[in-house]
Design a protein around this ligand. Structure first.
Ligand code: GLC
Length: 434
């Protein structure tokens, strides 16, 4: 039976923290054409295995990654312990296809966990349900597998999906049992009839909960970026997971379940157009946009998981580091309007967005005004104080002939110039009377 109280307790930190780092990393950093390279190019395994013999990211230093995440104001991080290619970044006893067997020879998951925990960040692991390396995972006819169009008559008959499931369950047990407390598990993904009990999901989730009672999980044992899973029905299954995982989209109106309860969700977003490192993709989103999108997520009751794809030397791309550092600049002054905040209960104002924490509204001004800024929707008679969040300086609700034609609207002079002090997003902290 679904215990909503328990559930709300479990997800509290997640709904508070709002902002995390996704890290996609593996052998695919070497071909550097994204993490789907094997599937997109229908590449046979023999052509991929040389990357395994070559994998030696000499610059790998997860402390640097953790420092970059922390500095950006991120509160948690999720690393691909195994992506669809089946390559494991941890020392699994059930496969040879793992980082400890490459020239690099190290357990990347363990080092990642140590470094991020040391920075006080919460830690999560991504685990792919798909596996393009395991001989028992469906090949021919599977819609994603690199060998989907090439039947291998000698092999097809011998594939035993149950053997794959045993393998997958064993590995999840290793991750949950051998690496200390995990805050989050991110499964990826279900499709067609590959969902729910096809993964032996009830058994899997019971095992996970027995080892990691407080861990929170995404919804992809049932769904993918597509579909919401049974969380959205208001009557979740045992393996519904704890949050919905919209991918490359921010739900236009946030998300509610069938009973009208706010759903817990996290939008995962790339900085450029790829999850895994892509040497040719320089199409990075502007910082100002990413700041606004983080605020948009929070104002709609969700989180943002922003991705980086380190290269084959183990470095987060320079462009991504620059973005993180500039988001950090903004967060250093404005993170009170993100952490612990959510929907305001007010309609979106035309000049920005509103987030809320208790009796404080955070009015994010994203469009300058002529003169004083109108605070759409803010109940004027309830305003106790207004501060510019960036330096906590006092601001006043105006009372003069210019604004008095609009008696119900609060106007605040933010700066003596038309330009906003922070052109990306100038935040006012508005305390309301009880
Ligand atoms: C997709 C892709 C995958 C990526 C994930 C992140 O489902 O298959 O490559 O890891 O999205 O959300």
């Amino acid at each position: 039976m679904f215990d909503r109280k328990e559930y709300e307790k479990r997800i509290r930190w997640f709904q508070h923290d709002r902002f995390g780092m996704f890290i996609h990393w593996g052998l695919y950093a070497i071909p550097a054409r994204g993490e789907w390279v094997r599937s997109v190019e229908e590449m046979p395994e023999e052509e991929y295995l040389p990357f395994f013999d070559e994998f030696d990211p000499v610059d790998f230093d997860p402390k640097k990654w953790a420092a970059a995440a922390k500095q950006a104001g991120m509160k948690y991080a999720v690393l691909t312990a195994k992506h669809h290619d089946g390559f494991c970044l941890f020392d699994s006893q059930y496969t040879d296809f793992k980082s400890t067997n490459t020239p690099f020879g190290r357990d990347i998951v363990r080092e990642f966990l140590d470094a991020f925990r040391a920075e006080g960040l919460k830690v999560g692991l991504y685990y792919s349900l798909l596996d393009w390396h395991h001989p028992d995972y469906p090949h021919f006819g599977d819609r994603n597998h690199p060998m989907r169009r090439k039947a291998d008559p000698a092999q097809e008959a011998g594939r035993d999906f149950d053997r794959y499931l045993d393998y997958m369950h064993h590995q999840v047990r290793e991750l949950c049992g051998n690496y200390g407390k995990l805050d989050l598990l991110w499964f990826d993904f279900s499709y067609d009839d590959m969902r729910g009990e096809t993964w032996r999901a009830t058994e899997l989730v019971r095992m996970i909960r027995s080892l990691q009672p407080d861990v929170i999980m995404d919804n992809r044992l049932e769904a993918s970026g597509e579909g919401f899973g049974s969380l959205a029905t208001g009557n979740p299954s045992e393996y519904s997971g704890d949050f919905v995982s919209p991918e490359q989209i921010i739900p236009p109106d946030g998300l509610l379940d069938a009973d009208g309860n706010d759903l817990c969700w996290e939008a995962c977003i790339t900085m450029n157009g790829n999850w895994g490192y892509h040497s040719g993709d320089k199409n990075f989103k502007p910082v100002s946009l990413l700041i606004k999108k983080l605020v948009e997520c929070v104002s709609k009751g969700g989180n943002m998981l922003l991705n980086v794809g380190p290269d084959a030397r183990g470095n987060i791309p320079q462009e991504s580091l620059a973005i993180l550092s500039q988001i950090g600049e903004w967060m250093r002054r404005n993170s009170d309007s993100v952490y612990g905040c959510g929907k305001s209960g007010l309609p979106k104002p035309e000049n920005g967005r509103i987030t809320r924490c208790g009796d404080t509204l955070y009015y994010h001004i994203m469009e300058p005004a002529i003169g004083a800024v109108p605070l759409y929707g803010v109940p004027k008679d309830k305003i106790r104080s207004v501060r510019l969040l960036a330096d906590k300086s006092e601001r006043f609700v105006q009372d003069n002939w210019i604004v008095n034609n609009y008696p119900d609207m609060a106007f605040v002079e933010v700066s003596p110039h038309a330009a906003l002090p922070d052109p990306d997003d100038t935040v006012l902290a508005i305390r309301l009377k009880k």
